[in-house]
Ligand binder design. Structure first.
Ligand code: NAD
Length: 482
């Protein structure tokens, strides 16, 4: 693959890197590209360039125009980008096309936000002694945003960071995941052709430990937007000084199924949400907490659906589940499934072939297995019988994570009561934990993170309110005749 995109974009030029790392096709294990590993000195240069760019805030209408153009180019260049996406992630074509279309719409949402940024009037005149004063805020860009992305949504998580940051008038330094940098590089190229002047989007590919760490420790960056594991999120918070942070972290999401739920709907949506992208989605259905009255019936429906999933080559027509991101991750997940098998022969699937893990279903496991308590990030769903919706809510609240929870019931009172009690960032009634459209405020509580994404909310956080106060003198009475 020869695109001229080296993985190190500084001030509008792809730079020749001193170190490179190979990016592999996640299914064939063939080399796809060699990409820069930005050194701390490279990161420093990228931030210096971003700082210079950020001194001139692009007009809002121009930002809108660039974001709209980028969205159009993304769609126009779909085939090239989908091919890169499938190769570097191992996800299926359906996953790739869905994410690309969604990402183009996300840039369009950001374009809309670029021209809606506004402050507010502050009623200072209501304070005795300030009757003659007037105050308002304008919203100004924070300056430089540092964006660090995970492997599992290389188009849309990058867009949830770059889109709002540019819409808000900032410069961005982007570090994609080292195993999936190619889509992000293609998007950076698109932004250049969409008219984004040099310096506003710098790209530093490389490892978290070297490149990411150098970015996080640079105090010229005023805002970090990070999506990834909870362990790395903790490090970023600890190392980023007084910069503000959005941390979109891990989860072991649950969906609760009440006795009155529409079980065909549950089975259809949970199968999709548990196994797409080989289960490597932060809101994947990892646990289905099912009231006992419908446990057997739902189990049968899930068995049928999971047994029908086709897995293996992500480029083959009709494949539902491709390989996992790396053989070692598939081996880890297989070992968790092996743990669930001990003392429980009600386990379906889970055979390992390189990095392809057969979709697995764990039925009524022992309570302390890792699949119930940690983040699996793999094509495996666990069905757990519960006595009541309240007990299920308690199980969700007892866990360390709090991203989103699904709840299937036809009973409005029960739905609202549970929604009020659940300690999570989002409660989705009659769909799974994985429901997500990009205009939503999206983020977790507890170990799932802080702050919310979604263009409107992220743009707000990526700007600062600047206060302007006027001390208005009483005008002198004008002379007669003047
Ligand atoms: P990861 O935490 O291993 O890596 C994420 C990014 O952080 C990568 O770019 C990596 O290079 C970088 N990084 C690693 N160490 C760093 C350090 N010390 N300093 C700075 N940067 C560093 O995550 P991953 O394996 O790529 O992605 C999977 C994780 O992402 C899962 O835990 C998943 O739940 C989470 N995720 C969360 C959401 C959400 O919205 N909550 C969405 C997608 C993925």
């Amino acid at each position: 693959m020869e695109t001229g995109r080296t993985g190190l974009l500084i001030d509008g030029q792809w730079q020749a890197p001193s170190n490179v790392v190979t990016v592999w096709d996640k299914y064939t294990q063939q080399e796809i590209a060699k990409v820069a590993v930005a050194t701390p000195a490279d990161v420093d240069r990228a931030i210096t360039g971003a700082q210079a760019a950020s001194r001139t805030v692009l007009p809002a209408a121009r930002r809108q125009e660039i974001l709209l153009k980028a969205a159009d180019l993304l769609v126009a260049e779909q085939e090239e980008i989908v091919a890169l996406y499938i190769a570097e992630t191992g996800f299926t074509r359906t996953d790739a096309v869905n994410e690309l279309k969604r990402t183009a719409d996300l840039y369009r949402l950001c374009a809309g936000e670029a021209v809606r940024i506004a402050g507010e009037e502050i009623p200072v005149a209501a304070t005795p002694g300030s009757e003659n004063r007037m105050a308002f805020t304008t919203r100004v860009p924070v300056g430089i945003v540092g964006a660090i992305a995970p492997f599992n949504a290389p188009l849309s998580t990058v867009a949830h960071k770059v889109g709002p940051a540019l819409a808000a008038g900032n410069a961005v330094v982007l570090k994609p995941a080292e195993v999936t940098p190619l889509c992000a590089m293609a998007v950076a190229d698109i932004f250049q052709r969409a008219g984004l002047p040099a310096g506003y989007l710098q790209v530093v590919c490389g490892s978290g430990r070297t490149t990411g760490d150098a970015l996080v420790r640079d105090n010229r960056i005023r805002f970090f937007t990070f999506t990834g594991s909870t362990a790395v999120g903790r490090m970023i918070k600890a190392n980023s000084g007084i910069a503000r942070v959005h941390l979109e972290l891990g989860a072991n999401s649950a969906s609760i199924v009440a006795n009155d739920a529409d079980l065909d709907l549950v089975a259809r949506l949970a199968t999709k949400a548990g196994y797409r992208k080989a289960g490597q989605v932060c809101t994947s259905v990892q646990r289905l907490l099912v009231e006992k009255g419908v446990f057997d019936e739902l189990t049968e429906k899930m068995r049928r659906n999971v047994g029908a999933l086709r897995f293996g080559d992500p480029r083959a027509q009709g494949t539902d589940v491709g390989p996992m991101i790396a053989a070692k991750e598939a081996e880890r997940a297989a070992s968790w499934i092996a743990e669930a098998r001990r003392g429980n022969d009600n386990v379906m699937g889970g055979q390992l072939d390189g990095s392809v893990l057969e979709p697995a279903l764990i039925i009524d496991p022992l309570p302390d297995i890792r699949l119930l308590n940690e983040e699996a990030f793999a094509p495996v769903v666990t069905l757990v019988p519960v006595d009541s919706v309240d007990q299920a809510v308690q199980q969700v609240n007892d866990g360390q994570y709090g991203l989103q929870t699904g709840l299937f019931t036809r009973d409005l009172d029960r739905a609202f009561h549970a929604a009020k009690s659940l300690q999570v960032g989002g409660v989705i009634i009659n769909d799974t934990s994985s429901y997500h459209v990009d205009s939503m405020p999206y983020g977790g509580v507890k170990d799932s993170g802080i702050g919310v994404e979604g263009p409107k909310f992220a743009v707000q956080d990526m700007t600062d309110p600047k206060l302007i106060v006027l001390n208005l003198n009483t005008p002198k009475a004008s002379k007669e005749g003047n």
